[in-house]
Design a protein. Structure first.
Length: 89
C-alpha cells in the first residue's frame, strides 16, 4: 500500500514560527534594562539595553525591538536628567 507522505526533500525550508516571549528575548531584556536605567546608573543599564535593542532590531529582527529602543532612549536621557536634578538638591 502506498502512503501519501514521503521523506523526499523538497528543497523548501519551513521554520516553526517563534511565538510569545521566546522570540523577543533580547527586546524584553533591553526594556527591563531601560527601565532600570531610568532610576539607577543610566549610562550602564540604559546604554547596555540600547545596544541590546539595536542588536535585536538589526540581527534578530524581533517585534518588540522598536519599543525597546524607545524605552532605553527615554531611560538614558531621563535617567541623566533625574540625576542632574537630584544632584543639584
Amino acid at each position: 500500500m502506498a502512503t501519501q507522505f514521503s521523506n523526499q526533500p523538497t528543497g523548501q525550508h519551513h521554520h516553526a514560527p517563534r511565538g510569545g516571549a521566546e522570540g523577543n528575548v533580547f527586546s524584553i531584556i533591553a526594556i527591563i534594562l531601560g527601565v532600570i536605567g531610568l532610576i539607577f546608573l543610566p549610562i550602564v543599564f540604559a546604554l547596555g539595553g540600547l545596544i541590546m535593542a539595536i542588536i535585536a532590531k538589526t540581527v534578530r529582527h524581533e517585534r518588540l525591538a522598536t519599543v525597546a529602543i524607545v524605552v532605553c532612549a527615554v531611560g538614558l536621557v531621563g535617567g541623566m536628567v533625574l540625576g542632574l536634578v537630584f544632584a543639584g538638591m
